[in-house]
Write a protein that binds this ligand. Structure first.
Ligand code: SF4
Length: 446
């Protein structure tokens, strides 16, 4: 929780010496609360005051990074329970489990499938983040072989999974420069696992059966100087796991309970591939920072990435496309002209249906602050006046030799006023984008 100016003021020297460049300590505190200055500007702050402010200003859920460079995944640092309160900042990392009991061909095939899990949706690339390598064989050499093989075949971030610190050490020696997540410290191995994480400055997952045990373990590990932690409430059924993930989030945000103020990881347990998708999706929604699953089929992964994209889009900043004229397919001066709003989902729904119709067409994305057609119409951002203005200013008049525009069926009511306002003949298109292909083909044949 952010500190107020008064909270900060309590820890300042209160001398009003002005050395920070502000007339009073209170003025400085206010600027500090607004994050406009740095605490280091006050040369008189005591060590105790500094420590109190440093700790109090620490985010309630620590930001932890895994992987490096382009493949760096940052998780944690969330500030709200519900997206509509503000926004969620760090999308859940999605990873895939590979065990060292697979044959080398099976491993290579799986890595190749995972590397291809990239999709384009509403103009953005959505992709997966991690591969989790598990020592299921209890054999050090087999695990090391797996780590070598996979790390040479992917740039994705890595999670190394073994309860045996000796096995973990061998694996880490191969990929320590890629900042893998060590999974996991538990009540039996935490001292050695913490040592490995500290020596190599790597993030460490911590697992325990209950939240009480988890909190105790975290305190023991942080006391050893390891701060980049990821929490696992261990194997449970789905409802129990969701309940505990929610509790961790609540205790971190609402009670500023530091031992649970870390991102979380959830590993799917479902053996049915369909159930696994719903399980992983549930963890994305509530409140896993990382989800590790087994299934690597695109039909399993795309819905989860789509859900993640929706949940982690700032609700106050809808995804928008540039408001302009788009050409889809082979266009000529006789091609039909469709108009929609500049809300990404509206635009790309129309675009994909025009594409599949194989009728070349112009689509005008009219500026409507990124709102969907009906919402924009209700908010008076998509009106006869705004569409007429767009038709006049977007350059479409230089591209076509006709003056006919197709508006979405949901705003048929705009038909007459738009004709009057723009001088263009208005045709009412289908209500749903799915109706566009048959509509355009019927125009072509008429
Ligand atoms: S330098 Fe420190 S003590 Fe002096 S006025 Fe600024 S905040 Fe207060």
């Amino acid at each position: 929780m952010a500190l107020s100016g008064l909270d900060i003021y309590k820890h300042l020297p209160k001398t009003n010496c002005k050395e920070c460049g502000f007339p009073t300590c209170l003025a400085f505190a206010m600027q500090l609360a607004a994050k406009k200055v740095d605490l280091s500007k006050c040369p008189r702050i005591t060590e105790a005051g500094k420590a109190a402010l440093d700790s109090a200003s620490r985010p309630p859920i620590k930001l932890v990074s895994i992987g490096k460079d382009d493949q760096k995944l940052e998780v944690g640092n969330e500030t709200v329970m519900f997206r509509h309160e503000e926004t969620f900042y760090h999308p859940t990392g999605l990873g895939f489990l590979i065990e060292d009991t697979l044959t080398s061909d099976e491993v290579s095939q799986k890595v190749s499938s995972i590397n291809k899990l990239k999709f384009e949706r509403v103009g953005q690339e959505i992709k997966v983040d991690l591969i989790a390598l598990k020592c299921a064989s209890s054999n050090k050499e087999t695990f090391v072989e797996l780590v070598k093989r996979v790390s040479s075949q992917t740039d994705l971030g890595l999670v190394l999974m073994s309860d045996n610190p000796e096995v973990m050490k061998e694996g880490l020696d191969i990929v320590k420069d890629r900042r893998p997540l060590i999974y996991a410290a538990d009540k039996d191995n935490f001292e050695k696992m913490a040592e490995l994480a500290k020596e190599r400055s790597l993030p460490l997952a911590v697992k325990a059966q209950t939240l009480d045990e988890l909190a105790v373990l975290v305190e023991k590990i942080t006391a050893r100087g390891v701060e980049d932690l990821v929490l696992d409430c261990e194997d449970k059924d789905l409802p129990k796991k969701i309940q505990e993930l929610t509790q961790v989030r609540k205790l971190a945000l609402k009670k500023t309970f530091r031992p649970l103020g870390y991102p979380t990881i959830a590993i799917t347990a479902s053996t049915c591939p369909y159930q696994e998708v719903t399980e992983a999706a549930s963890y994305v929604a509530k409140y896993a920072s990382i989800v590790i699953m087994k299934g690597v089929e695109p039909w399993q992964v795309l819905p989860i990435l789509t859900l993640r994209q929706n949940i982690f889009t700032d609700p106050q900043k809808p995804l928008q496309v540039e408001a302009k004229v788009y050409e889809v397919g082979q266009v000529s001066d006789k091609s039909p002209v469709l108009v929609t709003t500049n809300f990404s989902l509206s635009y790309y729904s129309v675009e994909s249906e025009v594409e599949s119709s194989r009728v070349g067409a112009y689509i005008i994305a009219s500026f409507a602050e990124g709102l969907s057609v009906l919402t924009a119409w209700a908010a008076e951002k998509f009106t006869a006046e705004t569409i007429a203005k767009t038709l006049n200013e977007c350059g479409i008049k230089d591209k076509v030799s006709h003056k006919e525009v197709i508006i979405p069926g949901y705003v048929a009511v705009l038909s007459a006023p738009l004709e009057e306002e723009s001088g263009w003949k208005v045709k009412v298109g289908p209500k749903e984008a799915a109706g566009i292909p048959s509509y355009l083909r019927s125009l072509k044949n008429s």
